[in-house]
Design a protein. Structure first.
Length: 489
């Protein structure tokens, strides 16, 4: 199973390096603050936002409870409309299916409209190994590809780059991928966008095969839905002769009418727009209109295992709006690369370790990459309680326990490095189960009030290097309670 960048250290080590990069932090701070402020204004315009949020949650929860039925209904509808449905249990199977379909077309290059599912499975690398070139057409994805970089944000994959860096990438790399950048290219956003448009135009007009994802799939009609802001998706989805869509099974919704909820909540939560600039919908194939061949690859890749977890399954509600990233204090400082996955930020911290398991150092560390401040839950348009899932996964990492992997119920062993934590929790449980011992301990600590240090020793030193310990009250809570209420219990 792919999705974790090979060679990445655990989050603490990767974040430690990221926070030292002042340019990266400045880029992230400017971008996330701008997006979050615009989103707040866009959401405030709707008096029924809370109702829309609850409706989106209800639709997604209902669908996940009956996912088997809706997926079969979707398959029937897509097939009846002239498409072909393929089922992929994991990344390797999905890559084999797509590679075989491209080879069968006789082509050796494809254009792609932004799809995180294909990044999750490493499709570009699989196609390259088969001698097939894959060209990203989303502007931010193009920047990442030309820069031989990795995405660092769900909505804005090149958020860690400023326009001077983008200009240098275009100047140095465009020529080796196709049409070169114009001479004397500057860093004005309009110049950069025009350079990308000219570079991509020849690929759109030449390509016979396109690969896409989908934001939603409608079980009732077999309709695929793609949201994008530049028009590149429209070109990919209409010009080529063959269209292959790789979509996670959780993206299905029951009826066409359900889209009216997400047509309002997704644009406002992601790009802070009242409506999406380009919303492309297609149902199978139609003679003389768009691709003549359509293939839908339904991707599991750990989603069924996630569905089996009563607490963790709410992560599958995610509509990839990225609002949680833009308000997260950890993401703002560490950036997306520190998460070692195509799904960064708070949602990545709960989605990745469920899709892939917590066997790697990266995945075992991600549930701890949060302050649990709850800002991510407050902005989520489908009300995913990310802090609840983070705590749930922390317990899984530290304590081990039953979990479903590859459809089989197994028992995980506790991860390394949490022995002291488990011992502390056992001691706390023992103490809290014996009120007398708890009272004695509190009284002993109260007598040592004047000995409170200004800085913590050992592992706590890093915390107090930049923070002051709070002043210890002159009176303990237990003594105050006894004095005010006359009851020491």
């Amino acid at each position: 199973m792919t999705g974790t960048h090979l060679g990445m250290p655990a989050f603490p080590e990767a974040a430690r390096e990221a926070v030292r990069d002042e340019v990266l932090r400045a880029n992230l701070r400017h971008a996330t603050h701008t997006i979050r402020d615009k989103r707040a204004r866009a959401v405030a315009e709707l008096e029924d936002w809370d109702g829309l949020r609850a409706a989106g949650k209800a639709v997604k929860d209902h669908t996940l409870r009956h996912l088997d039925r809706y997926l079969l209904q979707l398959e029937d509808a897509v097939t009846a409309a002239g498409g072909t449905v393929h089922w992929a249990a994991d990344a390797d199977e999905a890559n084999r299916i797509v590679t075989a379909l491209v080879r069968a077309s006789g082509e050796r290059e494809v254009v792609k409209v932004k799809s995180m599912a294909t990044q999750e499975i490493g499709l570009n690398e699989a196609l390259e190994a088969a001698g097939i070139a894959a060209y990203e057409t989303d502007l931010a994805e193009l920047i990442v590809q030309l820069g031989r970089d990795r995405p660092s944000h769900i909505l804005v994959p090149a958020i860690h780059r400023n326009r001077a860096e983008i200009r240098d990438i275009f100047r140095a790399e465009m020529g080796s991928w196709g049409r070169p950048a114009p001479e004397q290219l500057g860093d004005d956003p309009r110049e950069l966008a025009e350079a990308a448009r000219l570079h991509l135009r020849e690929k759109f007009l030449r390509a016979k095969v396109a690969v896409s994802g989908a934001n939603f799939m409608v079980a009732e009609t077999g309709t695929m839905v793609v949201f994008e802001s530049e028009g590149n998706g429209r070109m990919c989805l209409t010009l080529p002769e063959t269209l292959i869509s790789v979509v996670g099974i959780e993206k299905v919704v029951p009826t066409f009418r359900d889209l009216e909820i997400f047509l309002q909540t997704l644009p406002r939560s992601s790009t802070a727009e009242r409506m999406n600039p380009y919303t492309t919908m297609w149902t199978g194939t139609t003679a003389g209109d768009g691709p003549s061949t359509f293939h839908l690859v339904l991707l599991d890749n750990g989603r069924t295992d996630t569905l089996a977890d009563e607490t963790g399954r709410q992560a599958l509600r995610c509509i990839r709006c990225s609002a949680c990233l833009n308000v997260c204090p950890v993401y703002e400082r560490a950036g997306g690369h520190a998460y070692g996955s195509v799904y960064p930020g708070p949602i990545g911290a709960i989605l990745g370790p469920q899709l892939r398991g917590t066997g790697s150092a990266v995945d075992a560390s991600l549930p701890f990459a949060s302050t649990l401040c709850g800002a991510c839950y407050e902005v989520c348009p489908v009300a995913i309680d990310i802090p609840e899932v983070l705590v749930h996964l922390r317990e899984r990492v530290a304590q081990g326990g039953p979990v479903t992997r590859d459809g089989v119920r197994v028992t995980l062993r506790p991860a390394d490095g949490h022995t002291a934590e488990r011992a502390a929790m056992r001691a706390a449980r023992l103490l809290l189960d014996h009120p007398g011992a708890l009272r004695a301990g509190e009284r002993l600590l109260a007598r040592a009030r004047r000995l409170a240090p200004r800085r913590l020793p050992g592992a706590g030193r890093a915390w107090t290097d930049t923070r002051e310990l709070p002043t210890v009250p002159a009176e303990s809570f237990r003594d105050w309670w006894a004095r005010e209420r006359g009851n020491a219990q």
